[in-house]
Write a protein that binds this ligand. Structure first.
Ligand SMILES: Cc1cc2nc3c(=O)[nH]c(=O)nc-3n(C[C@H](O)[C@H](O)[C@H](O)COP(=O)(O)OP(=O)(O)OC[C@H]3O[C@@H](n4cnc5c(N)ncnc54)[C@H](O)[C@@H]3O)c2cc1C
Length: 577
């Protein structure tokens, strides 16, 4: 069986912000790496990030501190975050933001030249640094430019289908060139998984159409890395409602951060009922459930949304702070947001669950396999503060890169097992050659529908059980998909996506069933209270006959952060009005 072998010191799978920042750090430490992604350089999910990146710079609110940022992060995560990761993030991110500015990232500035900061949900102070409402794109392009200046290798159009090695040690990865169809075998001393999250296993998602199907968690799970807190999926309160092909696409939290108000179809500003103090800027899960409830109880719009209005602000202010939102609603909804409200509804947005890593090094339990960015779990706990993901990718990119550089100095290469490679190629060939079976797109939509219906914003034991049974039925379809085209086709790509989605979907469903309480993003209608005994993480590991599940206690909180939590900082939305 033919394939091309490529040898590198460090293979980085994924070139969103997390992958590129890791590569830059490796280069700073004179370590060679090859970064790859499915799309062109600079075209990764990170570009979608709109509203901003958190760092307690105190440009407008000098009282802000890293430990208050940490307290807000833990409170939003409902205390199942890994506290040491939170501490590392909040202490290090101010330096990373200033570094991005040095590298050319064009942050909005205050009149006296400091990096400007806006309010974001559930944060005690103005802490979110921004570049209009296209912060992720600006950060990604800054990182790409920096990587190019440093001549860091990037290979586009590569789809990794399997990690190679064993549960004990990584040896490389296998994939194919999405343009030529060539099979590719990558051998590396270390592999960094920076392949993003899994929010797109749901029908309505803020993700781009062909991304975030859970490739990263599924690749890691397959080789023996445990996954944690998979049931914790963030539903963003405000996705677009129309047109159909844009449903779920994000109306950034910055709209609320800049003063946007939510109304139901009776004209009632309903957040007064759900959260009279923090109002529209309460935690994402609180606002998402409020929107959901208004819609479900018949106070939504005809198309199943609620109304988000920023038109009370000056036209110039809106166009300066929210330029992409202005354009997007004009183009797709024919709505001028400086004059009219936007129609919005909850959408699946971010995956807090994922791969287990040691945050000090980025190391997973498989030696030589590292992970960074949205693919990991533990930092955000049960829910993520808006602005903390861009913070995460640059902070832990730098930390992981530094550690990988020192790891590969004396790490021997693991031998790739050729039988495993041949078996894997055989599986791919079988899929290509099958002339009867299920269309991958149909199977994908079926999984997304099941997840939305059975493991969505409001969950119950019965619905989760039914969902799990439906996923088991889908499994046989996944095993008998028919591509009807060649390896470079979208159909083949989607068949690969589906194979990743299935184990991810199952762990979400099983975790949600196991966690018989409501905590953060996970809401059980049949167990509405948060239970102290559930201040735990749920873990999954692949076994020969499926998967095992267990729980672990969350490590204790460092004293400084505990003090900040006890001080009880909280934003009062009415300051904004
Ligand atoms: C609409 C939207 C708005 C957001 N706004 C904000 C915000 O304002 N602030 C904030 O902090 N966060 C925000 N986020 C979240 C944030 O953008 C992401 O969590 C973050 O960018 C993830 O970065 P990453 O580098 O981990 O992964 P990604 O940017 O998702 O990159 C993944 C990379 O892996 C590659 N890849 C994936 N699978 C494979 C495979 N099988 N083989 C080869 N390559 C693969 C992809 O091609 C890509 O290069 C937003 C997210 C969305 C969707």
């Amino acid at each position: 069986m033919e394939y091309t072998e490529i040898e590198t010191e460090v293979l980085i799978i994924g070139a969103g912000g997390a992958g590129i920042r890791t590569a830059i750090e490796l280069d700073k430490h004179d370590t060679d790496c090859l970064m790859l992604g499915k799309r062109e350089h600079g075209d990764a999910h990170t570009v979608k990030a709109a509203g901003g990146i958190n760092a307690s710079l105190g440009s407008l609110d000098p009282e802000d501190r890293w430990d208050i940022h940490a307290a807000d992060t833990l409170e939003e995560g409902h205390f199942i975050n890994q506290p040491e990761a939170v501490e590392m993030l909040c202490k290090n991110v101010p330096e990373r933001v200033l570094e991005l500015q040095d590298w050319g990232c064009d942050f909005n500035l205050t009149d006296d030249g400091k990096i400007n900061q806006r309010y974001f949900g559930a944060q005690s102070y103005r802490r979110t640094c921004f570049v209009g409402d296209h912060t992720g794109d600006a950060i990604e392009q800054t990182l790409v430019d920096t990587a190019k200046e440093r001549d860091i290798d990037y290979r586009e159009n590569v789809f990794i289908t399997k990690l190679l090695g064993s549960e004990a040690k990584i040896a490389g990865a296998f994939g194919y060139d999405m343009e030529t169809g060539e099979f590719l075998l990558f051998k590396a001393r270390a592999v960094v998984l920076a392949a993003g999250g899994y929010s797109h296993v749901y029908k309505r998602s803020s993700s781009r159409p062909d991304e975030n199907h859970g490739d990263g968690p599924a690749l890691a799970f397959d080789i023996g890395v445990p996954l944690r807190d998979m049931e914790m999926v963030q539903f963003h309160p405000t996705g677009m409602v129309k047109p159909e092909e844009k449903a779920g696409s994000l109306a950034t939290e910055a709209i609320r951060g800049e003063g946007g108000k939510l109304y139901n179809s009776d004209g009632e500003r309903f957040m007064e009922k759900y959260s009279p103090k923090q109002m529209e800027l309460d935690a994402r899960d609180v606002v998402a459930r409020a929107n959901y409830q208004e819609i479900m109880e018949g106070r939504g719009t005809e198309d199943g949304g609620v109304l988000l209005d920023i038109s009370h602000k000056d036209e110039e202010f809106i166009k300066e702070r929210l330029p992409s939102m202005y354009e997007k609603f004009k183009e797709y909804n024919n709505v001028d947001i400086t004059e009219e409200p936007m129609e919005v509804a909850p959408t699946s947005h971010y995956s807090m669950g994922g791969v287990v890593v040691d945050f000090e090094t980025g190391q997973t339990p498989v030696e030589g396999l590292f992970a960074v960015g949205e693919v990991t779990s533990g930092l955000h706990g049960g829910n993520r503060l808006g602005g903390n993901s861009l913070a995460e990718i640059v902070t832990f990119g730098a930390i992981t890169g530094k550690h990988v550089a020192s790891y590969v100095e004396d790490a021997p290469r693991e031998i790739v097992d050729e039988d495993t490679v041949e078996d894997h190629i055989q599986d791919l060939q079988t899929l290509l050659e099958r002339d009867e079976g299920h269309d991958p797109d149909d199977v994908m939509h079926e999984i997304q529908e099941i997840m939305w219906e059975h493991a969505g914003i409001v969950r119950t034991e019965q619905r989760l059980q039914e969902g799990l049974e439906k996923l088991e039925d889908v499994e046989s379809k996944v095993k008998t998909m028919r591509v009807d085209s060649d390896i470079t086709s979208r159909a083949f790509e989607h068949a690969m996506d589906v194979q990743f989605m299935l184990p991810v979907a199952k762990t979400i469903m099983k975790g949600a069933l196991e966690r018989d309480e409501s905590r953060a993003a996970h809401y059980r209608d049949d167990h509405q209270d948060e239970r102290e005994e559930w201040e735990k993480n749920i873990l999954f590991k692949k076994t020969d006959d499926g998967m095992e599940m267990w729980t672990e206690d969350v490590p204790p909180m460092p004293r400084t952060i505990k003090r900040a939590v006890e001080e009880g900082h909280e934003l009062d939305y009415h300051h904004l009005e």
